[in-house]
Design a binder for this molecule. Sequence first.
Ligand code: WTA
Length: 632
Amino acid sequence: MWLQIQNFQEYLDDVQQSRADVLKFWEHEAGTYYWRKPWDKVHSGGFEKGDVTWFEGGKLNITENALDRHLNSIGNKTAFIFEPNHPDSFRRTITYRQLHEDVCRFANVLQDKGIEKGDRVCIYMAMTPELMIAALACARVGAVHSIVFAGFSAQSLAERIQDCDAKMLITNDGLRRGDKHVPLKDISDEALENCPSVHSVIVCQRTNREISWVEGRDEWWHMLIRNASKEHKAVEMDAEDPLFILYTSGSTGKPKGVLHTCGGYMVYTSYTFRNVFQVREDDVYWCTADAGWITGHSYILYAPLVNGATGIIFEGTPTYPDAGRFWEVVEKYRVTHFYTAPTAIRALMTFDLDFVKKYDLSSLKVLGSVGEPINEEAWNWYNTHIGGGRCPIVDTWWQTETGGIMISPLAGVTPTKPGFATLPLPGIFPVLMDENGDEIQGNGVSGNLCISHPWPGMARTVWGDHERYLQTYMSAYKGYYFTGDGCRRDQDGYYRITGRVDDVLNVSGHRLGTAEIENAINEHPNIVESAVVGYPHDIKGQGIYAYLICEHAPADLKAFKAEVHQVVNKMIGPIAKPDLIQVVPGLPKTRSGKIMRRILRKVAAKEHDQLGDVSTLLDPSIVPVIVEGEAC
Ligand code: WTA
């Protein structure tokens, strides 16, 4: 189970083998898992039609791989350590055996409530073990889970429930994140006013605050599991049956329901987890992501369990009760592997080093980074002050759509380089494309990052909209998967991701579409039109800058900004609030009416001398007006 690539030569050999016969390579990896019946075909389909399959005909249940097959060998090993939001609250550890029982119990509850294979279940919960149990129980009965980050608004939640016609919602009464309280049940109730597909709501107690209740629809988690059996036979799934939907932002329209399937996702995430992090039997692995994002799905929930690792579930935030929280937790559990986002590192760097020095971090062996490019300063701080200069940093590049890590160092096995995701995993073939759609050969080059061969963990479709899937990922370069990222390949052949090349922002490691934010902002009655761009932000990586055309000039700009925030909070959630707004009389548009975001980005970044050619604009005179305007 713990077969890992041991050294650089082995890595090179595996790359070679995967190049020579990529199907054989993945078939060999797939052979190390528990299948009720082997697959009929290793792989079929391709990018052009977007009809990729892996291990089709193979029968399995991912929870049998994550739980059942461990019972005899490591049943008493800790699967999860739960660290609550407040350090003094009740913490607990859960063994593989207990987790198996809990998942079986809840799987029985789901089936009692009429949930069947293929049904969609929405999960909107605090970062607690129950969230993991809910998701695993769905997987066990063959239901497709859609976890929605518990920071999204009622409107966003409703949109996601409606899009996939979820039958059930699983939520908490509320949650605490730092010193904030989020009334999840109230938000859910508001969302459900517009979600006729949901017949059943299961509420897990977390804050014990008073909540409203809909008789006949709502039920308490703790009441339901009381009499549920701890025996449950997992439902048999095809490798290509859906496992989950996860909504993510694109450059246009509403969020897309990225769909992952059972077999390929399991094989790919589990392979990458084992090799990138080089986790060993007795290690304590901590990924600080939220389960509402893909990192939480792949590298807190599924891959660590399939590998039989011990992982931490953390409910809190990096700065609560103070900026030493991460390091306190590392010391307390003797954490060996620590995986976080650059934005968290940059935020913590601004505090006194005493918050770090107070704690014993000598247990750490490997550090990870994910979600956005890590700047050298943050890399160096992480390396020196957290890793003590002795822990390799794995800068892992991947996406919701890729399912698992694609380009990354393997800890202690392949070289690292500050700011670089470095080299692809074996079986992954990245290429850079020029403007003409040709592959750029050689090193010391930059282009748009594509992948040239399907891999088991890739998303199979966008829920309910396969056309959009083809359009977004498979159409820019025929026969390739287009990532939406720009990338540099340096003299040594190492990859450095330079950021999105489409209208997607990366704010604190969260993906947000500019169109989505604009749609929300435009709900404000005084706003006629808006244009949102990203700008460099010291902590968030990218900040949100909104240019607004108003019907009447707002009297008080600060108050107006607060109103804009309110609208965005309501439509999306606090993560999408603009950091800066600027009221403008017009926007720079081409003659065909397209907003020239390039110019707006330069103004937002205060690079006024780099505006480029503005003569093709419908009204070039708007540019100096915008340059001279003020942001608030
Ligand atoms: C960005 C998160 C640079 C990238 C797993 C990608 C990164 C988007 C890195 C996906 C990294 C992720 N270095 N950029 N190590 N990891 N990104 O879907 O722009 O939330 O396209 O998945 O984050 O974000 P998503």
